[in-house]
Design a binder for this molecule. Structure first.
Ligand SMILES: [Zn+2]
Length: 465
């Protein structure tokens, strides 16, 4: 068995790893690389393998940094099956068209500038038609049900506790009389986060590929997060400002809505309007409603026993049309606006940032991780002037960052994950989906637990076992 690390290696975006198992080529994830425009085009458009030779794509969850380059994979010749859990399949059906739309809009903008400079137009990485073509390749596979990839290879998805339908991927291989259990965490969730069930770790592994997004951080308990959110909202409302929350449309938005709903019911935040301004988040929330059995016991009970909707309350408005979205620009009273994308790389959040970033009464609240070179990361890192839609803006709003709502496990969750495997058998651990400071801090920690062979592979690196 062989693995080649392609994307999401020594970085957090564009997850992609190629396995060769018993002569069969299997791709783990096909994420979109996000970052500087030119690098984004170059990395996403060129696969360092022939997509036509890949028989299966195994997808851990629907986030675009794991799924977003699938239409391009199919466009470049992939004819195999894409295996994912049923909610992941449904989420991809809304997220990939959204991704194509964002790229088409971006290319239109780029081409206007190129035309002015007498340069030829460029094509988007993929378009809506490419997305439609790829959707037919998806095959839903439930948690804990093995699916044969080849006579001696089977795959099983286990709940990763990260977002709706997210999975850790277990491959069981019998190759030349040797059996091997290979585990890939996907994005690793954590215990005790609302909405989603706690992770069901992969056990008794021989090889582990784990994400390391928060490898050098410890999350405070989720209960404190709710109070901190309440405090920030109270403070901003008192100042007469708005709370602008850039959030992933899938997962984080539903989680924030769920917490705000609770805080309103308990009178812990003032009676101000809340807007979810993301058409994708509206569609994703529908999919959350379709899968109550995939949500945690408390949420399932709220739905099925109490017949209440955790994603709906009197002060909450889901914004659909562009006109409605634009009307939020003229709000003069305190409000909370949740909008995508979480890393502020595109989507309606850009308009809200542009309109609110220069007012010191407002609060920009980041509730998730942001990759290097993204607008969210620049603001979080304290840059005083940032470019939005090509224009410079002074950052005068208050800035806050809460990791606590993160759907990623922290350092302890990553390290504890190997407790379900024996150091005598778990011979090799690969650290992916993390920047160097996060991953390097884990290497010694794993070694002190008795797992000696820990590797932080570079893109392109190949390993055989
Ligand atoms: Zn994710």
């Amino acid at each position: 068995m062989k693995i080649q690390f392609i994307g999401g290696a020594q970085t957090v975006t564009g997850s992609m790893h190629l396995l060769t198992v018993d002569g069969h080529k299997v791709l783990l994830e096909c994420g979109l690389f996000q970052g500087r425009r030119e690098e984004m085009y170059q990395k996403n458009q060129n696969f360092p393998f022939d997509p036509a030779e890949v028989e299966f794509l195994l997808l851990s969850h629907a986030h675009i940094d794991h799924s977003g380059n699938i239409p391009n994979l199919v466009k470049k010749g992939f004819r195999g099956k894409i295996l994912a859990t049923p909610p992941t399949v449904d989420l991809c059906k809304i997220m990939l068209p959204d991704s194509a739309y964002i790229q088409e809009m971006d290319v239109m903008h780029v081409n206007k500038i190129r035309a002015k400079n007498h340069q030829p137009p460029v094509e988007p990485i993929y378009n809506s038609a490419d997305v439609q073509a790829c959707l037919g390749h998806f095959v839903p596979v439930e948690y804990n049900q093995s699916y044969p990839l080849a006579p001696h290879v089977k795959v099983t998805f286990r709940n990763a506790g990260h977002i709706l339908g997210s999975a850790g991927i277990l491959l069981e291989v019998n190759e030349k009389g040797r059996s091997l259990r290979f585990g890939f965490t996907g994005d690793l969730g954590r215990d005790g986060i609302d909405l989603i069930n706690d992770p069901d770790p992969l056990r008794d592994l021989d090889i582990l590929v784990t994400e390391t997004t928060y490898g050098n951080r410890t999350h405070p308990p989720a209960i404190d997060a709710e109070e901190k959110l309440a405090q920030l909202v109270r403070q901003t409302a008192q100042n007469g400002g708005k709370v602008i929350i850039p959030a992933f449309a899938v997962g984080r938005t539903q989680q924030i809505v769920y917490h705000l709903h609770k805080l309103f019911d308990q009178n812990r935040i003032p009676d101000i309007p809340v807007y979810v301004d993301s058409p994708l988040a509206v569609k994703a929330t529908e999919i959350f409603r379709d899968y109550p059995q995939y949500l945690d016991r408390e949420t399932e009970r709220i739905y099925l026993t109490d017949h209440l909707d955790p994603f709906k309350f009197s002060r909450l408005t889901y914004v659909g049309s562009v006109e409605e979205s634009k009307s939020l620009n003229s709000l003069v009273y305190p409000a909370i606006i949740i909008s995508a994308s979480g890393m502020a790389e595109g989507g309606r959040i850009l308009h809200h940032l542009k309109n609110n970033i220069e007012n010191p009464k407002n609060l920009i609240l980041f509730v998730g991780y942001s990759a290097k070179n993204t607008l969210a990361r620049k603001i979080m890192d304290g840059e005083k002037r940032v470019k939005i839609f090509g224009e410079e803006h002074e950052v005068r709003a208050q800035i806050a960052h809460m990791d606590t709502f993160s759907a990623h496990g922290d350092r302890h969750n990553i390290l504890d994950y190997v407790d379900f495997s024996d150091p005598k058998h778990l011979k090799k651990i690969f650290l992916v989906h993390g920047e160097p400071e996060q991953a390097n801090s884990l290497i010694d920690a794993f070694r002190s637990k008795g797992f000696m062979d820990v590797c932080y592979p570079a893109p392109g690196e190949e390993h055989e076992f």
